[in-house]
Design a protein around this ligand. Structure first.
Ligand code: ATP
Ligand code: ZN
Length: 874
């Protein structure tokens, strides 16, 4: 029976049992952020199980495209090593939404397998969840599976994931105990029955899982019962096909035969010669082309994060396996056609997208082929040293050569060694922190480059007339040419543009030749000595090999330089004023300002800030020349130049002397301190425990800052009808005046309220010996309400009182009961009774309570109801 026929038989069987045949959902779940890829047939019914969504049917059956290469269900590392795992596979499933439960589900499964598919009963084993006696009894008594082929699994109750026989879609979502059906492929294959120590072998293969959905697991780990117990099952089409086609491995079934042949000929044509047709690498490639193609069909493209990165990892892994077999040019994308021929009928969306999928994979493949050879050489060299591969090598492979760490691990596994992933992750984390600190994601990250390094001429010149283009990237892909309108990164053989580093922002400017003009917005390092000029081609076009005049935006550079040089002087001054413990923790210098983080435990005082400003500005006035000298690190140390603790320096370093400061620095600087013009600190604060941040401006920015402060002072003086010099005295006078006005106002308010209170007394009515007063107190705030209440209680003696005040659409209510009546009437209950009628609620003590409301229109009726309410209680 071919796979297509198996799929049909399954769906038709369940259709005959009243199930609706539903189409597969995409492999990219549309609206479920908890899920990277569709990993089971039940995914598209998640909300139905949870009771949030209703369908016209209560039974459904599907053949679902699934990907298990990330998240909770990840089989990427199994592919190539077991006979039964794919990254992409088809899951056949039947579902009951609060309709049938264990008994029918088990009976259907048994009938389909033993009757329709004709499997011998004695080759089938089942497992049940350890505590599920009900399922055990059904298998044993109703179906008649002998006890020796029923295994109870899952005793580790405390474990986070319970056990194998408790199925979960992810950390959250529908879940429940399950029963699994295994097929025994016979003694020729290694492996033991489920529950035994050898269960992970390939002899007893799980073909079908029936989950009894009973709970929804929420983020806090709590299992909430579902509205109705349901059934969710999943059977791997490829595994069932292997059984029915009497082969042991999934890779021997009909759908893989042509795909494997296509993989072999593509690899052979790309340099493999005549590779071994039984190589596990071909299986990996055949598996991965399915996962990659179906992912691209659903809109994913290779990238550095999320789904895009999973796709990239799968694709590059496949490419590496081809490389291992000898392929030296792109071959992988060529398999899309073979896949489409195989599966395009069952999944027409694949056929439709065939050209696009091929193109997307081709671009990714060409990109990786640029670096794979060098990367593999580095990896081979590391492996040749013997022992495990260190995290630094793995990181370099990842960072510079585009080797995802699991790819490196895959190679290591073939050689029986491992990768130091802990160290790798540490380095990755450090890199992320650096990128975060720089405040932006580098456009250039992940760009591969091999070619001449960029020579930097920007210390002496702001213009180079013969800069040659050595590489161009558009949308992250290397190209031969960029056209007008393209957002491009251009690498030059020499350049006056400073590339972002050491905290100094990259230069902007333009590249020009003949009719071509590129506006460069930023310059960044693709590698340590390869500069990417990032910007837009606004006129003409750029080709590799073109010669340009590269011109730095001189004004922006000058501003940046002033801020950078001032940073050095400030660093020195901070150490003078605060102490030698001051250590640079980070810095960011651009045309606007300098931001400097340093280790220090207390906020700087206003005095200290002034002192630092004075020191730096004195250095500026001295107008000392700045000099830079490149020398050996040892010699630099002897000069006493400041170095950053923990920073790795090369053998030769640049020592920058400016004023009384001497520091190692690769940045660009003023010619003499006087060029800085003026220095002003504008902000000081804490960023983390023991780390302070100071921000400062220089030159025209400092002037602009002071001018805007002056303008603010002038405007304030004008408003207060005085001069800036007298502003402070005038402000004190105004504040005193406000204070005395407030006093007068309070006195007037309470006088007014008590006058109102006196008038209200007359409105009190007698209810069985208690005086009941319910009235509005116009214009009162909470305090006045409370004060008036106290006075009224004093005067009325035996009383229950409600006072209400309306302000806009807010209602304030106070209820008070005199001490002799709290046994009968509680102020808390009274206030709540009234508040509920005006859209609020409240409560409080038996003698005094407050509440708020939102419906002023209901106040009159609410007050009118008070006497009746009290009457019922006395
Ligand atoms: N990676 C895979 N490749 C092919 N088929 C799979 C894969 N994962 C699961 N299946 C099939 O889907 C069915 C239901 O999925 P389930 O989540 O219960 O599998 P599983 O317990 O992860 O399988 P295994 O333990 O063998 O990895 C399985 O019984 C199997 O037939
Ligand atoms: Zn510097």
């Amino acid at each position: 029976m071919k796979a297509a026929e198996i799929r049909q038989t399954f769906l038709k069987f369940f259709e005959s049992k009243g199930h609706q045949i539903v189409a597969s959902s995409p492999v990219v779940p549309g609206d479920d952020p908890t899920l990277l890829f569709t990993n089971a047939g039940m995914n598209q019914f998640k909300d139905v199980f949870l009771g949030f969504d209703k369908r016209s049917y209560s039974r459904a059956t599907t053949s679902q495209k699934c990907i298990r290469a990330g998240g909770k269900h990840n089989d990427l590392d199994n592919v190539g090593y077991t006979a039964r795992h794919h990254t992409f596979f088809e899951m056949l499933g039947n579902f009951s939404f609060g309709d049938y439960f264990k008994k029918d589900a088990i009976a259907y499964a048994w009938e389909l397998l033993t009757v329709n598919f004709g499997l011998p009963a004695d080759k089938l084993w089942v497992t049940v969840y350890s505590e599920d006696d009900e399922a055990y009894e059904i298998w044993n008594k109703t179906v008649g599976v002998p006890a020796e082929r029923i295994v109870r699994i899952g005793d580790n109750k405390g474990a986070r994931y319970m056990s194998d026989n408790f199925w979960m879609m992810g950390d959250t979502g529908p879940c429940g105990p399950c029963t699994e059906i295994f097929y025994d492929h016979g003694p020729d294959v290694a492996g033991g029955p489920p529950g035994s120590a050898e269960q992970d072998g390939d002899r007893y293969i799980e073909i079908w899982n029936n989950v009894f959905m009973q709970f929804n697991r929420t983020e806090d780990g709590v299992m909430h019962p579902l509205p109705k117990p349901s059934v969710d099952t999943g059977m791997g089409l490829e595994r069932l096909a292997a059984v029915l086609q009497h082969v042991h491995s999934n890779y021997e079934i009909d759908t893989f035969v042509n795909l494997l042949a296509a993989a072999k000929s593509a690899v052979d044509a790309a340099g493999g010669g005549d590779c071994d047709k039984d190589s596990p690498s071909l299986k990996v490639i055949a598996d991965h082309i399915r996962a990659c193609s179906f992912t691209v069909v659903d809109g994913v493209i290779p990238g550095n994060a999320g789904r895009g990165y999973v796709l990239r990892r799968i694709a590059r892994r496949a490419i590496r396996h081809g490389y291992k077999l000898g392929a030296r040019t792109p071959f992988f994308h060529k398999l899309v056609a073979a896949l489409s021929a195989e599966m395009g009928e069952a999944y027409p969306e694949l056929r439709q997208a065939q050209a696009r999928v091929t193109e997307v994979l081709r671009v990714e493949e060409e990109r990786f082929f640029q670096t794979i050879a060098t990367g593999m050489e580095i990896l081979e060299a590391a492996l040749a040293k013997g022992g495990n591969v260190d995290g630094d090598t793995a990181f370099k492979l990842h960072d510079t050569y585009g080797f995802p760490v699991d790819l490196t691990a895959d190679v290591c596994r073939e050689r029986g060694v491992t990768v130091d992933e802990a160290r790798f992750n540490e380095l990755l984390e450090e890199q992320k922190n650096r990128a975060r600190a720089a405040g932006k994601f580098k456009m250039a990250q992940g760009l591969a480059y091999s070619g001449v390094a960029t020579e930097f001429h920007g210390y002496e010149h702001l213009v180079c007339e013969t800069s040659k283009v050595t590489a161009i990237y558009v949308d992250g892909a290397q190209v031969d040419a960029a056209q007008a309108g393209d957002d491009a990164v251009i690498v030059l053989d020499h350049t006056p543009f400073y590339a972002e580093s050491g905290g100094q922002a990259g230069d902007s400017g333009e590249l020009r030749n003949g009719t071509t003009r590129v506006v460069v917005a930023d310059t960044l390092k693709i590698q340590a000595d390869v500069f990417g000029h990032h910007g837009q081609v606004v006129e003409g076009s750029v080709k590799v090999g073109d010669i340009f005049t590269a011109r730095v935006d001189a004004e922006r550079r000058a501003k940046t330089v002033r801020n950078h040089s001032a940073t050095h002087l400030m660093h020195k001054a901070l150490r003078e004023v605060l102490g030698a413990h001051v250590q640079q923790k980070g810095s960011l210098v651009n045309a606007e300002r300098t931001r400097f983080d340093f280790a220090h435990n207390a906020p700087m005082t206003a005095e200290q800030i002034k002192e630092i400003e004075a020191i730096v500005n004195a250095e500026i006035l001295a107008n000392a020349a700045a000099t830079a000298k490149v020398m050996a690190l040892d010699d630099a140390q002897k000069t006493g130049a400041m170095m950053l603790f923990g920073e790795k320096y090369g053998d030769n370093v640049r020592v920058l002397s400016i004023g009384s400061s001497k520091e190692l620095c690769g940045g660009t600087h003023v010619k003499a301190t006087g060029d800085i013009g003026l220095f002003k600190i504008v902000a000081e604060g804490g960023v983390a425990a023991g780390i302070r941040r100071v921000e400062a401006v220089t030159g025209e920015n400092a002037l602009a800052y002071l001018q805007s402060l002056e303008a603010t002072v002038q405007a304030a003086a004008q408003t207060l009808k005085t001069s800036p010099a007298d502003l402070e005295g005038r402000l004190h006078a105004v504040l005193d005046q406000i204070k005395s006005l407030e006093k007068e106002l309070t006195a007037a308010k309470s006088k007014l309220a008590s006058a109102q209170g006196d008038e209200l007394m007359a409105q009190a009515v007698d209810v069985k010996g208690i005086k009941v007063l319910a009235a509005r107190l116009e214009g009162a705030d909470a305090k006045t309400l409370r004060e008036t209440m106290d006075k009224l209680k004093d005067k009325l003696k035996t009383a229950a009182i409600v006072l209400a005040a309306v302000d806009g659409d807010k209602v304030q209510i106070a209820a008070g009961v005199t001490a002799d009546s709290v046994g009968k009437v509680k102020a808390g209950e009274l206030v709540n009774f009234v508040a509920q009628q005006v859209g609020g609620k409240g409560g409080g003590k038996p003698d005094m309570a407050m509440a708020g409301g939102t419906q002023p229109a209901g106040v009159a009726a609410a007050l009118a109801s008070v006497a009746g309410w009290v009457g019922e209680r006395v």
